[in-house]
Write a new protein. Structure first.
Length: 227
């Protein structure tokens, strides 16, 4: 292998390793439910955003979250229907994920996940050891799995990157450039990539509409992380 300071490749989940719905309408279709007009009422939008922030940071239980969203729905959806849409939001793995993780481990590199997510999604994406993982088997291969609702902080807050470093022992590099960083990070959201770079990580934005594994493989080759 060529010389490189990179010791761990860290991924976001949704839009990088796993397809997810991007709109309420997509989520309704995936759940087999109608997308009622009026859901996106301006008075409800900020309330839902605040609920999602609390839920992603581990500040409420799933039932409380679904009930809270239903209370903003003006009778359009029940809490159970919102639970179904939420469950349907995460779709299948992107093609080639297991092969990429295998290549990285074969090259002597570590792998990690740093995801903004919540308890109900995490239970499917990263079930406890000893439980089956039929939906997302490739994620079982990743060695360092970390999520916002467990860390009690979410991207792009700088604290979540420091938490990951503390828990895994891998070091950042020069803030802004990532020079000398042991960590390379892939995310589909610009604000999360910018925050990772500010934290001293090498970070790259991935286009969730394309072949994400091909994009990451090309970057890893250009960075001399993979042959």
């Amino acid at each position: 292998m060529p010389e490189t300071p990179i010791q761990i490749v860290v991924f976001d989940l949704g839009g990088v390793l796993v397809h997810i719905c991007r709109t309420w309408e997509e989520g309704c279709r995936a759940a087999g439910l109608p997308a009622h007009e009026g859901w996106d009422h301006p008075e409800s939008r900020d309330v839902r955003r605040a609920l999602n922030t609390v839920y992603q940071r581990g500040g409420m239980e799933s039932d409380e979250y679904f009930a809270g969203l239903a209370a903003t729905a003006r009778g359009l959806y029940t809490a159970d229907e919102i639970r179904r849409i939420h469950h349907a939001w995460t779709l299948e793995e992107y093609p080639g994920v297991a092969q990429l993780i295998g290549r990285l481990h074969g090259a002597g590199l570590n792998t990690g996940v740093l995801s903004n997510t919540n308890h109900s999604h995490w239970a499917r994406l990263s079930p406890p050891v000893g439980h089956p993982a039929p939906e997302y088997p490739s994620l079982r291969l990743i060695r360092h799995m970390h999520a916002s609702h467990l860390l009690r902080v979410a991207k792009p807050d700088a604290a979540i990157y420091r938490q990951f470093e503390r828990l895994t022992g891998f070091r950042p590099g020069e803030p802004g450039s990532g020079g000398g960083s042991q960590i390379i990070f892939f995310d589909d959201l610009e604000e999360n990539v910018d925050a990772a770079r500010a934290a001293g990580w090498l970070a790259h934005q991935i286009d969730h509409t394309g072949d994400t594994v091909a994009q990451m493989t090309l970057i890893l080759r250009e960075r001399r992380v993979l042959d």
